[in-house]
Every structure is written in structure tokens, then in C-alpha cells.
Design a protein around this ligand. Structure first.
Ligand SMILES: *Cc1c(COP(=O)(O)O)cnc(C)c1O
Length: 365
């Protein structure tokens, strides 16, 4: 048996006809950029998340950078974010010329809200919590702190499409919510893509201008914007897949429960569930003794695992300028040496999961 880390083919098999028809419809209309298919998807995704506006953009990274730019975050400003995240979160802050200020994680691998206040300085403009691995960060205390201090909140929900914090979807709690539609995400396009959601009319207008050459009306360029649009072919794919998102997330939750039962007695530390929100298991992340050897052993049995992420971003060469060496975030650093992401996708079968668990048991035996 072979178990891929993510199996996009298995998902395609369930929706091939619908996706083909939707893509062909865009081709037949020859409306490829900022067309009706994109507008339709934007309306539906805004409804789904529970914000008034959605704008499709070119990637998750661009979604974050456009959100920050629309909030006037720029050179000289600081943005507080999670030390344990994908590097794109920090790169978006750098892209607008601001400085990322990192905060240690909690036991759920998300930004620890009790450490955010100490990171605020007179230069702080915004807080950028990440809902990592599919689990809602503890954003309530962060929203409260931001209100008290007059700071903006941008959510990185690139791994948490459909997850809830309390009664609200991740991405609908801050000033702007940002999503990636990279193919492997819970809602993934067939190429790059992303979206911003907001309730604020002015922020919507600014991002709409910034994503399209700074235009507001044809050939009227208000600012030096760029080309950061989501194209209609991707919106067609996403429009079909959005109908299945809740069902697919439910399948991920069931698969996570099954892993929980199968691995209960193993040497692994299983993911903890926070009571303030839900988890949509973009990744099923465990901690494993002898992680690197286990990863190799599993690959030799054709079970493909991942590491998210092997090197914390403050220890990456790209962020040497932060001047934060080993020891700056002990929890994040220790986790980086132990974290292992097991195969996780909605179509994974109980037999495949049993095979994964059997491999783990054999490795430690
Ligand atoms: C994927 C991801 C991004 C970046 O999205 P892209 O579409 O790849 O640019 C940002 N933040 C997090 C947490 C992600 O997982």
C-alpha cells in the first residue's frame, strides 16, 4: 500500500466532471480576468466566511501583503506575528517594508496570546495571528488587546478555511482575513490563488485598487498598485470546490479521530484540541521521538509524511537581520525538531490510516 501525504488525484476523481464543465464555461465566455465567475465566487466565499466583502487575489502571500498595505502598514512599522508559522506570514510583513515581531507559541502551536502585550512598542501597527495547521488561534484576547491599544488585526487563515473561533469562522474576526488557495490547502485552486475578506468598505476599495494596477475605473491610476488578481479559471475551480468544503473538512475531522484511536498507545504526542474553536486539520501534526529516522522509515514503506516546519523562520538565513539566534523561542525551536505531519486529506481511507499506524508501531518496536 502507498499513502501519499496529500492525494489531489483522489479528490479530482470525485469532482472531475463538475470542474471540467465550470472551467470550460469560463473558456466559452472568454472572460478570463475580473469576470463574472470571479465575482460570483467572491460573493459566495464572503457569505461562507461571514464577511461582507471578498476579493480574489493572486496568492496567500499577496492577500496578506495587500491587507497590510490597505491598513497603511509600511516602513518604520512593526507587526506582531507568530514565531511558529510558514515563512510567507513574515514575508508579507517584510514586503510592505515593515518589521515582523515574533511571539512564542502556546501548547496548540499557535501564537500565545499572553505574550503579545509584551511585544507591543510605539511602532506596533498591527497584530497578525495565524490559525496554524487548521486550528483556530486563541484570538479573543488578541482582539481585545488590539481594541485597547488601537491596533489593527489581520488574520492569516491560509490553513483554516472553514474553521471556527466560537461562532465565527476564522478570517471573519479581525479587520481583514487572508486566505491561500494553493492546491494543497483545504480549499485549493489548480494553481496559485488567494483571497481577502473584510467588512470594511474602505479596505475593500483599497485592496480592489491595489490588486489591479492601482486602477479605480479604466486607466485611472490612483496609486502605484500591482497585478495581484485571481483569474476566473481558478475561481471556477474554487466555486465547485467550495460546495464540498464543509463535507471535506468533516472527513478530515473523522480521519483525525481515527488517528487518535489508532495512535492512542503510541510513542507520539497527538495534537491537542482547544476549546475556543474548531480544527479543520489542514495538517495532522504529531511530535515524534527520533523524528527524522521515523520519517525515513515511513518513506521506505511508501508512507509519505511532512515537517511543518523544519527550521523556525527566525533561524532562516532570510531573517538573519532580525538578530534572533538559537534560544529566542525555545518552544518553537524544540518543536521544530520533533514535529511530524502524517498523511491527511479528506479521501484518506481507514485502511491507509491503519497502515500508517502499523508503520509507526513497527518503527518504535
Ligand atoms: C500557504 C500559506 C501562506 C501563503 O500562501 P501562498 O498562496 O502559498 O502564497 C501563508 N500563510 C500560511 C500559514 C500558509 O500556510
Amino acid at each position: 500500500m502507498k499513502v501519499n501525504f496529500v492525494d489531489l488525484q483522489a479528490q479530482l476523481n470525485t469532482i472531475r466532471d463538475e470542474v471540467s464543465a465550470a472551467m470550460l464555461d469560463v473558456v466559452d465566455r472568454t472572460a478570463f480576468v475580473l469576470g463574472p465567475t470571479l465575482r460570483n465566487f467572491e460573493e459566495r466565499f464572503a457569505d461562507y466566511i461571514g464577511m461582507r466583502h471578498c476579493l480574489g487575489v493572486s496568492s496567500g502571500l499577496d492577500a496578506l501583503a495587500l491587507a497590510l498595505a490597505a491598513l497603511d502598514v509600511g516602513p518604520g512599522d512593526e507587526v506582531i506575528t507568530a514565531a511558529n508559522t510558514y515563512i510567507a506570514t513574515a514575508l508579507a510583513i517584510s514586503k510592505v517594508g515593515a518589521r515582523p515581531v515574533l511571539v512564542e507559541m502556546d501548547e496548540f502551536y499557535n501564537i500565545d496570546p499572553t505574550r503579545v502585550e509584551a511585544a507591543i512598542t510605539p511602532r506596533t501597527k498591527a497584530i497578525l495571528p495565524v490559525h496554524l495547521y487548521g486550528q483556530s488561534a486563541n484570538i479573543g484576547p488578541i482582539l481585545e488587546l488590539a481594541r485597547e491599544r488601537g491596533l489593527k488585526v489581520v488574520e492569516d487563515a491560509a490553513q483554516a478555511h472553514g474553521a471556527y473561533y466560537g461562532e465565527q469562522r476564522c478570517g471573519s474576526l479581525g479587520d481583514v482575513g487572508c486566505f491561500s488557495f494553493y492546491p494543497g490547502k483545504n480549499l485549493g485552486a489548480y494553481g496559485d490563488g488567494g483571497a481577502v475578506v473584510t467588512d470594511n468598505d474602505e479596505i475593500r476599495q483599497r485592496i480592489s485598487t491595489l490588486r489591479d494596477y492601482g486602477q479605480q475605473g479604466k486607466y485611472v491610476h490612483l496609486v502605484k498598485g500591482g497585478n495581484h488578481r485571481l483569474d476566473d479559471l481558478q475561481a471556477a475551480v474554487l466555486g465547485v470546490k467550495l460546495r464540498y468544503l464543509d463535507q471535506w473538512n468533516q472527513s478530515r475531522v473523522q480521519a483525525a479521530q481515527r488517528y487518535g484511536e489508532l495512535l492512542d498507545d503510541s510513542k507520539l504526542t497527538l495534537p491537542k484540541r482547544a476549546d475556543w474553536g474548531t480544527h479543520v486539520y489542514h495538517l495532522y501534526v504529531v511530535r515524534a521521538p527520533q523524528r527524522d529516522e521515523l520519517l525515513q522509515f515511513m518513506a521506505s514503506r511508501e508512507v509519505y509524511c511532512g515537517i511543518h516546519y523544519p527550521t523556525p523562520l527566525h533561524l532562516q538565513p532570510a531573517y538573519a537581520d532580525l538578530g534572533l539566534g538559537q534560544g529566542a523561542f525555545p518552544r518553537t525551536e524544540q518543536a521544530a525538531g520533533e514535529l511530524l505531519s502524517l498523511p491527511m486529506f479528506p479521501e484518506i481511507t481507514p485502511e491507509q490510516q491503519a497502515f500508517v499506524a502499523q508503520g509507526i508501531a513497527e518503527f518504535y518496536a
